[in-house]
Design a protein around this ligand. Structure first.
Ligand SMILES: Cc1ncc(C[n+]2csc(CCOP(=O)(O)OP(=O)(O)O)c2C)c(N)n1
Ligand SMILES: [Mg+2]
Length: 223
């Protein structure tokens, strides 16, 4: 194929892409960009990553480089709750491949009961729950359109790691970036389905802008 028509654009697009992969610091003691970057470096090329819908997924899609076809299971229609059952199904079909299922706290609460299925069938998927205590995407829209007018987006969550233990799975909580690698290795070594709750700062609302920045920009633009 003659690529001369777009040859000058290719290096620019590549540079844009590489710039996007550089982690931007976000508020709080867990840097999701670094957590996902670690997974990107450590997981086998054929690992399967699943997710549902929520702002947490933007870190996964931005910082994880999918290295083969059929390694990303995610809903194009944006349905929450897809990540957990997809993570169970993927591991049932491909028991020899690493399967990491990523959910937000809101997402997880939609289909988290499938952990029972994972335990029942010995499906050793690793479930990550990115817990910011809210429906972050919806809070983002609330702050953008009606700054400071929050409605029904705060969540009172269970203790996710304790819940995992109650199902007979392995459960851990991570509150600092540097603790994630050890938790992931222990989850892998547990020989059981495993859940790692990652507690993130609610201010870390998007990879590029904090909750307060989004709210303040909305207030400034309405003045
Ligand atoms: C089944 C379903 N219900 C509602 C929505 C609308 N929705 C999109 S993202 C979102 C919040 C996601 O919350 P969470 O999983 O905690 O992720 P966060 O945005 O906080 O990272 C909601 C309610 C949806 N996409 N799918
Ligand atoms: Mg959330």
């Amino acid at each position: 194929m003659d690529s001369s028509a777009w040859a000058s654009e290719t290096p620019v697009a590549r540079a844009d892409y590489e710039a996007l992969l550089k982690p931007l610091p976000t508020p709080g003691s867990v840097q999701m960009a670094e957590v996902v970057g670690w997974l990107d470096q450590q997981l086998p090329d054929d690992a399967i990553i699943t997710n549902g819908a929520g702002n947490y997924a933007t870190w996964v899609h931005r910082y994880y480089r999918y290295k083969g076809f059929r390694t990303c299971l995610a809903p194009t229609c944006g349905s929450m709750g897809y990540g957990v059952p997809a993570g169970v199904a993927a591991k049932l079909v491909h028991p020899d491949r690493t399967v990491v299922s990523v959910s937000g706290d809101g997402c997880y609460m939609m289909h988290g009961q499938e952990l029972a299925t994972a335990v029942q069938y010995g499906v050793n998927t690793i479930f990550l729950v990115v817990n910011n205590g809210m429906f972050g995407t919806i809070r983002m829209h609330q702050e953008r359109e009606y700054p400071n007018r929050i409605s029904a987006t705060d969540l009172r969550n269970p203790d996710f790691a304790a819940l995992a233990l109650a199902y007979g799975a392995h459960g851990e909580v991570v509150t600092r970036t540097e603790d994630f690698a050890g938790a992931f290795e222990r989850a892998k070594a547990s020989g059981r389905p495993a859940l790692i709750e990652i507690r993130v700062d609610p201010e870390a609302l998007t990879p590029a802008r904090s909750l307060t920045q989004i709210r303040e920009a909305a207030i400034a633009s309405s003045l």
